[in-house]
Design a protein around this ligand. Structure first.
Ligand SMILES: C[S@@+](CC[C@H](N)C(=O)[O-])C[C@H]1O[C@@H](n2cnc3c(N)ncnc32)[C@H](O)[C@@H]1O
Length: 288
């Protein structure tokens, strides 16, 4: 039996790395949603990288930082995959569990995994090799740059953001990926009618996602008003005092939560959230 290597701890636990607005990448002009994590590869991950990176890793020209994308570079999915097919982009794909599973289940679609964490990408390559997948590519890059210039406008059928780093401390909320400016970038790449799927195991980030997207004229909540009141996972978090919060009587009258996305396999990351007694919040929005 092989043991699944874990993702690194949540980024904000590495307090030494988050003391400044520029994180540990000196050239970013605004706070980034990640910190530098180990980039050394060993064993099977190194082997997977050596054997598969030429074929499956998009070799993007860089700007300043090593996770940047030169603004002149534009991804050509048809040339890359050798066909025209619906494109799904997973942002922050971690160890690649979700995207590799989905690529295997949906051979008629193409998948792009976007991740800054090199060992996670190497692990994704391992999965690609094990499953013999051809409909997936990976890129080591900062997601906002991928969305703002690398991907052509209106070229993506679905964007997935599953369990983004929660950045719990209030002073770190500006690092959260899902905010107004990010929503505009996702809207840019989606085809009209394209879908943005999100999931998180932290209720206050779930509320932030819902606020940002419900307020956006670019998106429509596919489950507006659903799972409200006693059916809302947010009500349960309040009532049951989950996430180490004191129990309270707040009822989530608004709802808007999606059912669990059946195309998202249960990853080791999500499993840990279940084991810790946290609830999962799913959201799904359509690009207007
Ligand atoms: C908490 S992990 C979740 C990983 C995966 N989605 C899962 O459910 O197992 C969040 C991931 O997002 C990645 N990430 C954070 N900010 C990013 C960014 N700006 N661009 C690309 N990846 C990013 C992190 O490196 C990390 O692997």
């Amino acid at each position: 039996m092989t043991t699944e290597p874990a993702l690194p701890d949540a980024a904000e636990s590495r307090s030494a790395d988050v003391g400044t607005d520029t994180g540990s990448e000196p050239n970013f002009r605004s706070p980034v949603s990640f910190v530098r994590r180990g980039s050394r590869l060993q064993g099977r991950r190194q082997q997977a990288w050596d054997e598969l990176s030429d074929r499956f890793v998009i070799d993007v020209p860089r700007d300043e930082a090593d996770t940047s994308v030169s603004p002149d570079y534009v991804f050509d999915a048809a040339a890359e995959f050798g066909r025209t097919a619906p494109l799904v982009v997973e942002i922050g794909s971690g160890l690649g569990e979700a995207v590799a599973h989905a690529a295997e289940q949906n051979p008629d679609k193409d998948f792009l995994a976007v991740e800054v964490y090199l060992p996670g990408l190497a692990q994704t390559l391992q999965r690609i090799g094990q499953k013999g997948l051809t409909n997936i590519r990976v890129v080591q890059a900062n997601a906002p740059e991928v969305l703002s210039t690398m991907l052509p406008a209106g070229s993506v059928d679905e964007v997935w953001v599953f369990f983004p780093d929660p950045w719990h401390k209030t002073r770190h909320h500006k690092r959260r990926l899902v905010k107004d400016s990010f929503a505009e970038l996702v809207a840019r790449v989606l085809v009209p009618g394209g879908i943005w799927r999100l999931a998180t195991d932290w209720s206050d980030y779930a509320v932030q996602m819902r606020e940002v997207l419900d307020a956006s004229a670019l998106f429509r909540n596919l489950h507006d008003g659903e799972r409200a009141g006693e059916d809302s996972p947010l009500t349960r978090v309040h009532r049951e005092g989950l996430e180490n919060k004191a129990p309270d009587d707040d009822v989530d009258a608004r709802g808007g939560w999606a059912p669990r996305f059946e195309g998202r396999t249960l990853t080791s990351f999500e499993n840990k959230a279940h084991e810790a007694g946290r609830l999962i919040f799913d959201l799904a929005y359509r690009r207007n």
